[in-house]
Design a binder for this molecule. Structure first.
Ligand SMILES: [Zn+2]
Length: 425
């Protein structure tokens, strides 16, 4: 057994709606068992077991690892490309970058870099879009498995309105996805996510098969984009004239379900929010990307009214940072513009247990409950000169966390642990 001393912070539920959901032990001890599971969490004992190997992180904050509920491993090389808007950005930058993933060697190298970057930023679990090529998914899962990570991904399905180099067809996308599910889903800590890019780049036949894949394989996730940009919403109305709204397109094909992750959700009406919530599907709020591409401002108040599951996503490369601290502060700014209350506990909840719930992994990760997998991070409050100076006058835990989320980046991540150990480089 190993143990870690420091300030322990985690959540047992949503702190905005559940009293006592935030847990904070200022001088705490996290004990991790041989299989990498949390054995116990609590105050640092007066007489610690002398046989216990204790790593001393006094003065630092220990939290469950961050969950990035929406990102793209095939877009690292177009991050921070100047774009006009979503559809223009896809055409000009994204499709060309994703086309390179047909090359297995490149896909392997890019996947290794992607995980190094996630771990440097304290992200231990993510729901990820590689590319349309099966090679990109194999490369992704091999790299995740080697590091022992809990990760979800799936082959992007895309059979129209895109260049040939990133296009599949409905039947082959179904067969390839099936083979990948067989190869990877439930292997160790890996989960497969059925991944149609978004309604405009799939024929109705492909959407039908995506829904079928989700039904045929119990426990697989489903991820796509929904209502990110007004021009896109108009296009969907043209392409699917029978649908009363965007969500109904996915609904018809059985894709609005538990374990479904819908990135963005910027232009949903109350009816769509209610349906999403009733189905147990999650909205993934990607504020960094929404601001960068000028897509719009997420309506957190509507999501809360409907009781929908919400998680946070970096959406790299539309988003400009791998950091979930960055996602939290951008979410705060969007909430400010919308006049919606949003504090540091909201941010850290969404990036830990909230994300785990959206992915249906909250029984495995997202908190320090005994038995959970010990994926955790060590945050250094004085990571930069400015943070150090400012922390000196931060009295409450809320103030300290708010400073980290507002001023912090990967320099604040002192260490990232996977199953109680530092992952292989
Ligand atoms: Zn995206």
């Amino acid at each position: 057994m190993k143990a870690f001393r420091g300030t322990l912070i985690d959540f047992t539920g949503n702190p905005r709606t559940e009293r006592g959901a935030l847990r904070h032990v200022e001088d705490g001890l996290l004990v991790v068992g041989e299989r990498g599971e949390v054995v116990s969490r609590g105050p640092f004992p007066r007489d610690p077991d002398p046989g216990l190997e204790i790593v001393d992180y006094s003065g630092r904050l220990l939290l469950p690892g961050f969950v990035d509920a929406h990102t793209h491993s095939a877009q690292t090389d177009v991050i921070a490309s100047h774009g006009e808007n979503l559809l223009d950005w896809l055409e000009r930058h994204t499709f060309a970058a994703e086309a390179r993933f047909a090359d297995a060697g490149y896909a392997r190298e890019a996947s290794e870099y992607f995980f190094d970057e996630l771990l440097r930023h304290g992200t231990t679990t993510a729901a990820v879009f590689p590319s349309v090529h099966a090679e990109s998914v194999d490369a992704f899962f091999h790299a995740a498995e080697r590091r022992g990570l809990r990760m979800a991904a799936g082959k992007v399905m895309m059979d129209r309105h895109c260049p040939q180099a990133v296009r599949d067809d409905a039947e082959s996308s179904y067969r390839d996805s099936q083979a990948l599910i067989g190869r990877w889903h439930g292997r160790g800590r890996l989960a497969y996510a059925v991944t149609p890019r978004f309604a405009p780049t799939s024929t109705e036949r492909q959407l039908e098969l995506a829904g079928r894949l989700a039904r045929e394989h119990s426990g697989v996730l489903l991820q796509t984009h929904l209502s990110e940009n007004q021009e896109e919403v108009r296009w969907v109305r043209e392409l699917f004239p029978w649908a009363r709204n965007y969500l109904e397109v996915y609904e018809r094909y059985g894709m609005v379900r538990t374990g479904a992750l819908f990135a963005h959700c910027l232009y949903l009406d109350d009816g769509e929010w209610r349906k999403l919530a009733a189905a147990g599907a999650a909205a993934v709020h990607c504020p960094g990307s929404n601001l960068f591409l000028g897509s719009g401002l997420f309506d957190l108040a509507a999501a809360r009214r409907a009781g929908a599951l919400v998680a946070l996503g970096s959406d790299v490369g539309g988003g400009t940072s791998f950091s979930m601290l960055h996602a939290m502060r951008e979410a705060y700014k969007v909430a400010q513009l919308r006049g919606v209350p949003f504090d540091a506990f909201d941010g850290f909840y969404l990036a830990t247990l909230g994300g785990a719930k959206a992915l249906g992994m909250h029984e495995c990760i997202g908190s320090f409950e005994p038995g959970r997998e010990a994926d955790f991070i060590v945050l250094r409050p004085g990571a930069t000169a400015l943070l150090e100076r400012r922390m000196a006058s931060a009295e409450s835990l809320e103030a300290r966390l708010f400073l980290l989320m507002t001023l912090g980046d990967e320099r604040a991540i002192e260490a990232t642990y996977i199953l109680g150990s530092k992952p292989l480089p």
